[in-house]
Each structure stands twice: as C-alpha cells, then as structure tokens.
Ligand binder design. Structure first.
Ligand code: FAD
Length: 310
C-alpha cells in the first residue's frame, strides 16, 4: 500500500504528488490524463512567473516534474469508488475494470468540467471565440463586443469583470429573469456597456471557419431567431465537479457535488484530503489548484506523523 495515494493528475494532483514524494513517503498518483483541464487550454497568461505558456506544454511539465521523484504514476485509469477505511485501516480506491489501490492517506484531486451548451458551433469555435473562463481569456477580447451566456452569479460576475476589458457585454439568459444576487445585478445595471437579454435560448455559435463571428438565439416569447454580432462568448452555466464516483461513499459533498474541505484541505473523513476544482475552494484556477494540492499533501503528511505509532 501507499502512504499517500493521489487521485487526479491535473495541477492539484501533480502538486500534491510532488509535495508528498519530497517527504520521502511512498507516493502513488492515479489519473485519467496527466495535466487535466490544462490540456484543453490554449494560452495561459496567469501562471505566475510565466508570462505565456500553452496547456499541453504545462501538462508535459507536470509529468516531467513528477518523473523527477519516486512517484508511482498510473495514467489512463478511472476511479469508480472510494471505500474509506475506519479506525486507522487502509483506504481503498477502486477503478473501472476491476483494479484497486490502497493507501493510508488519500488525496482526491479529480477536478471539474465546464457545463457546455451543446449547440452547433460551440465545440468548433472553442478557444476561437468560445471560452469558459473569464479570468483566463478576458484580456483576449480587449476592445471587442462579447456575450456571456448564463445569468446566475457566475455569469453576472463574469459580465461585470469583462465589461472592464471588452467593448460591450451582452448577457444572454434562458429564463425570464436573471438569477444572480441583487448586489451583482445592481452593479451590472450601473455599467454603461452592458445589456441583458432574457427568455433567450442560445441555438448556435456562428463562425467563418477560423473564428467565431456571432451568437444565435431564439427569443422564447416570439419564437424569432436573432443574431448577436460578437467576437466571443463566455459560457457560464455551471462547473461540474468530477465527484460522481464518490456519491455512494460517506465523503461529504455539497448539493453541487463539491467536496467540502477545511483550510487544511481535510474532508470529513480522517486520512482523506481533497484539492483543486473538485472541492469547495472558491476560485477555480491553476495556481489556486497547485497551492491547494501542496496544502493537502502537507496536511496529509502532518496527520500521518501524528497518527502513526513510533
Ligand atoms: P483538473 O485540471 O480538472 O484535473 C483533474 C485530474 O483528475 C485529471 O488528471 C483527470 O484526468 C483526473 N480525473 C478526473 N476524474 C477522474 C477519475 N474518476 N478517476 C481518475 N482520474 C480522474 N486556469 C488558469 O489559472 N488559467 C487559465 O488560463 C485557464 N484556462 C482554462 C481554459 C479552459 C478551456 C479550461 C477548461 C480551464 C482553464 N483554467 C485556467 C482552469 C484550470 O484549468 C483549472 O482550475 C485547473 O486545471 C484545476 O486543476 P485540478 O487539478 O483541480 O483539476
């Protein structure tokens, strides 16, 4: 068995595995893809100390950094169940296909995925106008008109943020009214370069083959199809944590499926920690995930030296 088993090999899982291995303890890392969401990212301009990099390059650097330590790396596997050990017993992680791994401490870092609209053009123009991350890609649309789909808190926060960078922001909401908090709505309505369209069902992302050129929606009152001439769209209809595999364990999840953690990245189960986008951490960013992976590993080590018989 491992002293520490990390499930997930994105920014959080890679950082956790490196920090654990540097303590000289037996460390395993099992994941589907090393790099995680970073692999789907073109330009990264906010990985502190690096002015510009690209996702696949950063993903390869995580692998290279883990290779420099004694970490058992198992990629291409899907965790399907967590069986927590009680009273100091080993914890077990089961994988699709029948494999299982055991460890004294487990760090869960299975990340998240953006909810997509599922309309024609969305996948074709991803990173060519279609974006999911305002903190990441906002500056790419400096001085240009854009749309935000989704009028909940994340959509309206995104619109307020993007109004400061882009030329004009149109918020497109399916329901008859925006669902964001009042304080955010007041801020949004106070901005001169924003507009809100409700009762609008997004139907298509238009493009010229290279770049997105517009967003089509159906006015749900009249049934009419309309087009917004925008250079970008930020889809803000939810981030889904990859925690479905934990649902029948006793690990505490929020109603949105995020793993509830404290400031030491501990979960409700002793010996099980979590880090990154799959948790209740309020900001879902690479440097935040890296930091939380490091915290989880240091906490796991700290707990281990306190609970192990001399
Ligand atoms: P993830 O990166 O999601 O990694 C999860 C890991 O768990 C992966 O290894 C995955 O294969 C594995 N996994 C998942 N489920 C299972 C399972 N059941 N069994 C085994 N393994 C599993 N952030 C920035 O800071 N700057 C940016 O410019 C930026 N741009 C982005 C652009 C896009 C298109 C996207 C999607 C995100 C972007 N982000 C950006 C956000 C950033 O990528 C995430 O916050 C970060 O990757 C989260 O790291 P993580 O390790 O928590 O999770």
């Amino acid at each position: 068995p491992y002293d520490v088993l990390v499930v997930g090999g994105g920014p959080a899982g890679s950082a956790a595995a490196i920090y654990a291995a540097r303590k000289g303890i037996r460390t395993g890392m099992a994941c589907d893809r090393v790099g995680g969401q970073v692999l789907d990212t073109m330009a990264i301009e906010n990985h502190v100390s690096t002015v510009y990099t690209e996702g696949p390059k950063l993903g390869a650097q995580y692998a290279e950094h883990m290779n420099a330590y004694e970490i058992d790396q198992i990629a291409g596997v899907q965790a399907s169940r967590l069986v927590p050990g009680t009273d100091g017993e080993l914890h077990t992680v089961e994988f699709e296909g029948g494999g299982r791994l055991q460890a004294r401490q487990v760090i869960i870092a299975t990340g998240a995925r953006w909810r997509t609209l599922g309309v024609p053009g969305e996948a074709d123009y991803r990173n060519k106008g279609v974006s999911f991350c305002p903190h990441c890609d906002g500056p790419l649309f400096k001085g240009k008109p854009i749309a935000v789909v989704g009028g909940g808190n994340s959509g309206v926060e995104a619109a307020i943020d993007l109004a400061g960078v882009t030329e004009h922001v149109t918020v497109v909401e399916f329901m008859d009214e925006l669902k964001a908090d009042d304080v955010l709505l007041r801020k949004l309505y106070s901005l001169p370069n924003t507009e809100v369209i409700t009762s609008a069902r997004t139907t298509q992302v238009n493009g010229d083959g290279q770049q997105m050129t517009g967003l089509e929606y159906e006015d749900r009152q009249s049934g009419e199809i309309r087009t917004l001439d925008v250079d970008g769209v930020f889809v803000q209809i939810g981030l889904l944590p990859n925690t479905e595999w934990l649902k029948d364990s006793s690990l505490e999840l929020t109603p949105r499926g995020e793993i509830r953690i404290d400031e030491r990245n501990a979960t409700n189960i002793p010996g099980i920690f979590a880090a990154g986008d799959c948790t209740t951490v309020p900001f879902k960013q690479i440097v935040v995930a890296e930091g939380s992976g490091a915290t989880a590993a240091l906490s796991a080590f700290d707990e281990m030296i306190r609970t192990t018989a001399p």
